[in-house]
Design a protein around this ligand. Structure first.
Ligand code: SAH
Ligand code: MG
Length: 195
């Protein structure tokens, strides 16, 4: 993989205010991936492909990432980026709304990374659980949403997202098949191991 290109892509994404994975969050996930050595990863929310490209370093030989993005401009950039970095053989980009695409997937995944519309997290969880291998892990970014999830007061604009993030956290905590921890890294990271 071309790390120099990856760094350029990161810099450009940050300049354009694209919400790519934060360094401390990536560090935690890299630790998990190093232990699991996943064969298949599913990512929901590719943006310009930065996190998927970072994760691709930790795949087993022959491993693959499926990632989903609905924004046309970001799709175009992600495809270019995969080529520039030389990871186009490892990452498959599904173009469109994850709400429509996920039910059509039948993969078995060792890791699912949820990083898209916060209001859809409970649905994404349902779909992730359907396709997760035993001993697999579901990681969700932004679950504490700038502190709104843990505070009483939320603006109207954030209310649906907050309600659904709280529902996500409740479901992963209540699921007897999952061992979950919520970390205050980045914008809040939920990590659920399937027993
Ligand atoms: N994982 C990326 C950042 C993703 S930002 C990284 O760390 O590099 C979240 C992305 O999810 C945005 O680009 C947004 O367009 C996309 N998204 C949000 N809701 C979606 C949906 N329902 N289906 C597909 N993509 C979605
Ligand atoms: Mg995120």
């Amino acid at each position: 993989m071309n790390k120099e290109e990856l760094l350029k892509i990161k810099k450009k994404a940050l300049e354009e205010h694209i919400p790519i994975i934060m360094d401390d969050t990536l560090e935690v996930i890299a630790g998990i991936l190093t232990k699991i050595k996943p064969l298949n990863i599913l990512e929901i929310g590719a943006a310009v492909g930065y996190s998927a490209m970072c994760f691709s370093e930790y795949l087993q030989d022959g491993g693959r990432i499926d990632t989903i993005e609905r924004d046309e401009e970001r799709i175009t950039q992600a495809k270019e980026n995969f080529k520039k970095v030389g990871v186009e053989d490892k990452i498959k980009l599904y173009e469109g709304d994850a709400v429509e695409i996920l039910p059509t997937l039948e993969g078995n995944y060792d890791v699912v990374f949820i990083d898209a519309a916060k209001g859809k997290y409970p649905f994404f969880l349902e779909q992730a659980l359907r396709m997760l291998n035993d001993k697999g892990v579901i990681i969700a970014d932004n679950v504490l949403y700038k502190g709104y999830v843990m505070s009483d007061y939320n603006k109207h604009k954030q209310r649906t997202a907050v309600r659904n993030l709280r529902e996500y956290i409740a479901r992963v905590n209540e699921d007897a098949n999952l061992d979950t921890e919520i970390l205050e890294v980045g914008d809040g990271l939920s990590i659920s191991y399937k027993k």
